[in-house]
Ligand binder design. Structure first.
Ligand code: BDR
Ligand code: CA
Length: 306
């Protein structure tokens, strides 16, 4: 089984991603990063997820309190004040694992063969780890990242939220030369949870699925209020890419992060000119299409396993 660390900012879709990963991959730890909400809130949410998912054997380690150089930006317009509104979940009693996420990532990478990172929030922890331990880039087999877009953004017209929040961190990570699979908005907007999916999840006879149905109801509400046709399954796409890459089509591209643009800060500029003599060599595989039906079958079948 592939060994992974999930670096996240839960987040409704982060919660689904964790539950999906935990039944198919060897999750060595969940590290948190300021993103959808403050580091306190997202760390508390991660502990709640391992509790309602009966996954408390997976350690949760707190990470960066904010971006490398900029003020924190949150997404309460999507995920609510707690970062994971919509379900009645008791305050967690599970203790955090001591230490910092950055050290956990470094130490685990140094002692684990073929480690895969699954970053689902701003890339602050990963960038800090790469700067603290340059040998890290030779120890990580692959990163399957939810972030960016080869088309339009969501936080701004140009930029996707995870990259916008800490574009300088994303720039460090994208230039690390570690193999990357990028699941950006161009992909994740192809998998939209709708009321029919929530109804199917509601019928699953376990308490974890009931919490997810409540969370998805909230997330679908904010998504439709923002004129989307459903709730995009952003973060679980990056997990699905590791579990069953045959449901996703990738294209090699050269991708850079805009860190200075007046109107385009945080944009992932994807060179979609295949084979052009002007193109630089590809530095990642960009996910371009996904089989939505197969994705939802995997997700819902997995929720039945809880
Ligand atoms: C990303 O931003 C967050 O709100 C989601 O959890 C996802 O990681 C989508 O832009
Ligand atoms: Ca996220």
């Amino acid at each position: 089984m592939t060994s992974v660390i999930i670096d996240c900012d839960p987040g409704h879709d982060d919660a689904l991603a964790i539950l999906l990963a935990a039944k198919h991959l060897d999750v060595l730890g969940i590290t948190t990063v300021s993103g959808n909400e403050s580091i306190d809130n997202v760390t508390s949410n991660a502990l709640k997820i391992v509790e309602f998912g009966n996954l408390t054997d997976i350690p949760v380690i707190r990470g960066a309190e904010g971006p490398l150089f900029r003020d924190a930006v949150y997404a309460s317009h999507v995920h609510g004040k707690s970062g994971m509104d919509g379900a009645e979940i008791p305050e967690p009693t599970t203790k955090l694992q001591e230490g910092h996420a950055v050290d956990f990532i470094i130490d685990t990478a140094m002692s684990t063969s073929d480690l895969v990172l699954l970053p689902m929030g701003p890339l602050t922890n990963i960038a800090l780890a790469l700067r603290k331990e340059p040998k890290l880039r030779d120890r990580i087999k692959l990163m399957s990242i939810m972030g960016g877009s080869s088309t339009s953004g969501n936080y701004t017209a140009a930029a996707e939220f995870n990259i916008y929040v800490d574009a300088e961190a994303a720039d460090i990570v994208f230039r690390s030369e570690i193999p990357i699979l990028m699941s950006g908005l161009n992909l994740t907007r192809q998998v939209l949870a709708k009321q029919e999916h929530i109804d199917e999840i509601r019928e699953i006879n376990n308490s974890t699925a009931q919490v997810i149905a409540d969370l998805l109801t909230f997330y679908l509400g904010t998504s439709t209020r923002h004129s989307h046709d459903g709730a995009a399954m952003h973060d679980p796409c990056a997990v699905a890419a590791m579990i069953d890459p045959t449901m996703i089509e990738f294209e090699p591209m050269h991708v850079v992060v805009e860190t200075t643009g007046t109107h385009t800060y945080g944009m992932t500029l994807c060179d979609v000119r295949p084979g052009s003599v002007k193109s630089k060599p590809a530095n990642m595989e960009v996910a371009v299409t996904i089989d939505s039906d197969r994705f939802f079958k995997l997700l819902i079948d997995t929720l039945r396993m809880y």
